[in-house]
Design a binder for this molecule. Structure first.
Ligand SMILES: [Zn+2]
Length: 283
């Protein structure tokens, strides 16, 4: 992987002030940290065109592996559906990076009017032909949805893949109705990298070059508030169940411990280094 990727050097995708200082190397890829805003991002990184072809093979192929992808995400999707249900009973929802469309199906069954955005062709075909969903070929910023159009926008494990995360967040803000809800799910890997580095344990946890950045909860909240979102709230929001038994055990263990700590601390303590769900409302 990565041999046919065209790479380019970029400025910090959040503040544009620097090309970043080296942080961690994974194979031939390098994560850097912006000295100005502390954002952690891949630099150099694949060009946007290379990424488009890279993602055609990113999601699994074949009926059984599509199904196991659904199983892996099930608890996360279910928790998010519950959160949306607490926000409102139904409404118009856009899911960005919708994959095969399992989350949209769950929301559609709850009475929401749903649409998805996706760049992987085989995922679009599956969501449309097998699940009967409306899915637009992305990226979301190019689709020209009307202002103030959606009651909710969701993105599961999407923002870390985007070359222009700020443009994406601004677009989410524009297309949401006033008071509309943004729900994002993202990994936060740097704290785990730091611990493993202390013990000299080699790893490729950043998942490069697929992940272009590593948002911390603090950074994502700053970005959201800068754009105008309000009432940002972080949650653990469940955990994935990967097919590989070792990864699944780790995910369940760290996910459960994080949930317990979060609950026992009265929603104050979020363990670093596990995936998070963030909610924010259009101001
Ligand atoms: Zn920066």
């Amino acid at each position: 992987m990565g041999t046919d990727l065209q790479m380019e050097e970029v400025d910090c995708p959040v503040c544009e002030a620097s090309k970043g200082d080296p942080l961690y190397q994974e194979g031939s890829f390098q994560m850097v940290r912006c000295p100005s805003c502390q954002f952690v991002f891949l630099n150099p990184r694949p060009t946007t065109e290379s990424l488009l072809s890279f993602y055609q093979d990113y999601l699994p192929e074949g009926e059984s592996s599509i199904e196991s992808w659904g199983k892996m995400m099930k608890s996360v999707f279910h928790r998010a559906a519950t959160l949306l249900g607490q926000y409102r009973k139904d409404g118009r929802l856009l899911d960005v990076g919708t994959g095969f469309g399992f989350f949209l199906t769950e929301m559609k069954n709850k009475g929401w009017e749903v649409a998805g955005v996706e760049i992987c062709r085989k995922a679009i075909d599956y969501a449309r032909d097998v699940l009967g969903l409306t899915v637009h070929p992305g990226p979301a910023e190019k689709l020209g949805f009307p202002d103030n159009y959606f009651d909710a926008v969701t993105g599961f494990y999407v923002i870390e893949h985007l070359p222009h995360p700020m443009a994406f967040l601004r677009e989410c803000y524009r297309i949401l109705k006033p008071g509309g809800l943004l729900l994002l799910r993202y990994p936060h890997t740097t704290p785990i990298k730091n611990v493993l580095h202390l013990f000299g344990i080699r790893n490729r946890l950043y998942d490069l070059p697929a992940h272009l950045s590593d948002f911390s909860p603090k950074m994502i909240q700053q970005c959201l508030e800068k754009i105008g979102f309000r009432k940002c709230q972080h949650l653990i929001g469940g955990y994935t169940r990967p097919g590989d038994p070792g990864k699944r055990a780790a995910s369940i263990l760290f996910g459960s411990v994080s949930e317990a700590v979060f609950f026992l601390s009265r929603k104050k303590l979020l363990l670093p280094g596990v995936s998070k769900t963030v909610l924010a409302y259009k101001g």
